[in-house]
Ligand binder design. Structure first.
Ligand code: FE
Length: 243
């Protein structure tokens, strides 16, 4: 499991884990994001059950287990949070922030100790040590209860499946050429994003945010000008099509 620090500020850091070399061929590659302050840390979309061991050892290279106080699941999918039952035994005092809509489903991954903190449809704010994070609604993109995490200080939007790309191998961390990247995103967005209305509403809201990096759960991260290019491309894309 590779880890790369993508933001380092006076109060906190963002570290991305991904490009897992032990991943089985037919499992989709995922990005896991750790936001770390001096006192505590949150893991965004902790990943699948098969990733738990490399993720735990990866996280422990950056902090002590007691510092990992919080988990976040953007939605209910197995590649997002099927590791929950193992985290539950490892950090029993932690809190999991996840959409209220999915509580009865996510608990099937095994959850006896961690506290479920339901996020309301309108989103909300999370104070993590000295920093403040915002849960941005991204419902129907693709899940019917779905959130992004925005960090106004680092100007990073963790966008979940929005901006995801399916590209094989140990690919670079950032998008270098937007035009060439489209081929890895197009089918994913057309097929997994069900609603043009939800998409256009999200694009309008996200344009109001100051974003230096748009960080999806699969594939490369968009930085600077690439963020604007992505929003333009996504706005024009007709989604909700099978075949
Ligand atoms: Fe998903």
């Amino acid at each position: 499991m590779k880890s790369t620090t993508i933001f380092s500020g006076s109060e906190h850091q963002w570290i991305v884990f991904g490009r897992d070399e032990s991943k089985a061929e037919r499992i989709i590659d995922t990005n896991q994001y750790l936001i770390k302050t001096a006192s505590e840390a949150i893991l965004l979309d902790p990943g699948g059950i098969e990733l738990f061991s490399p993720m735990l050892s990866g996280v422990l290279q950056h902090l002590k287990l007691e510092q990992l106080t919080t988990l976040f699941a953007s939605h209910q999918d197995p590649d997002i949070i099927s590791s929950l039952g193992l985290w539950d035994k490892t950090i029993p005092n932690a809190k999991l922030y996840a959409p209220w809509l999915w509580e009865g489903f996510i608990r099937h991954f095994g959850m006896e100790n961690i506290t479920y903190m339901p996020i309301k449809d309108e989103g909300g704010t999370l104070e993590l040590g000295p920093i403040s994070l915002r849960f941005i609604p991204a419902h129907y993109l693709h899940s019917s209860g779905n959130f992004n995490v925005y960090d106004p200080n680092a100007r990073i939007l963790m966008s979940g499946d929005i901006g995801a790309a399916l590209e094989k191998g140990d690919v670079p961390m950032f998008v270098e050429n937007f035009g060439r990247h489209v081929q890895y995103m197009e089918m994913f967005h057309r097929r997994w994003m069900p609603s043009n209305t939800a998409k256009n509403n999200w694009v309008a809201r996200v344009r109001e945010l100051e974003i230096d990096m748009l960080a999806p759960q699969h594939g490369r991260i968009f930085k600077g000008e690439m963020v604007r290019e992505f929003l333009e491309w996504f706005e024009k894309l007709d989604v909700g099509k099978a075949g």
